[in-house]
Design a protein around this ligand. Structure first.
Ligand code: URA
Ligand code: SF4
Length: 213
């Protein structure tokens, strides 16, 4: 993988950035996917959510978090007292990675090479958004932003400083964003006790909401 860097323009707006994303050949994932799935939401959002990669539904619709995990996330955002109209949602990896089994497309977690290759898009989104809080959803986003040794289960629900490893974009605000890590909404859908898992997600999102107060 060569990485997305040379495909990422020096964009002055998110729309400009997004318009360039379909041309990315920074890793091989564009080959199998239907289309790139870029971030979406309020360009002035103070809170930015980072997921893993688009799922099957997202790949077909071209929009992030519009499947079952997305519905759950929006409900949790609402229950945490955040305004769903004032957030921006994106993914660490912008193309759907899957394995074909018969006619079914089975989700495959992106590897480190895909996360590294795709990170320039994420960094550029941050540079334009200048968020106050970044909510890291699950292990893949945590690997992209907090490094390979970060453990979501150990450090979730805490306000963390922006790490040096996250390559702060040059024109980031003087006061850099805080990070709050939590579980991925699809982990709630898979949990033995969904209610407990959901309440944990909402509790972590409330920590993120309080940073803004
Ligand atoms: N899961 C993610 O991490 N991102 C999406 O966009 C959808 C599901
Ligand atoms: Fe480019 Fe990211 Fe898609 Fe790979 S996954 S081709 S780096 S946009």
């Amino acid at each position: 993988a060569v990485g997305a860097e040379k495909f990422v323009p020096d964009a002055k707006s998110l729309d400009e950035l997004k318009a360039a994303a379909p041309g990315c050949r920074g890793c091989e994932l564009y080959e199998g996917a239907t289309q790139v799935v870029f971030g979406r939401g309020d360009a002035h959002a103070k809170v930015v959510f980072v997921g893993e990669q688009p799922g099957d539904v997202e790949d077909q619709k071209g929009l992030p978090f519009v499947g079952p995990a997305g519905h759950l996330l929006r409900r949790a955002v609402d229950d945490a007292g955040m305004d769903p109209g004032h957030i921006y949602i994106t993914n660490a990896v912008k193309h759907f990675r899957f394995e074909l089994r018969g006619k079914r497309r089975i989700h495959q977690t992106p590897d480190r090479v895909h996360i590294e290759a795709c990170r320039p898009w994420l960094v550029s989104e941050f540079a334009l958004l200048k968020p106050q809080v970044v909510v890291v959803l699950g292990a893949t986003a945590a690997k992209a932003l907090l490094g390979p040794s970060f453990r979501v289960t150990q450090s979730r629900g805490q306000v963390l400083p922006w790490p040096d490893s996250a390559q702060r974009p040059q024109d980031f605000p003087v006061e850099p964003a805080k990070l709050v890590a939590t579980i991925h909404p699809s982990a709630v859908l898979r949990a033995d006790n969904r209610e407990i898992a959901y309440n944990g997600l909402v509790a972590d999102l409330k920590v993120a909401a309080r940073v803004l107060d």
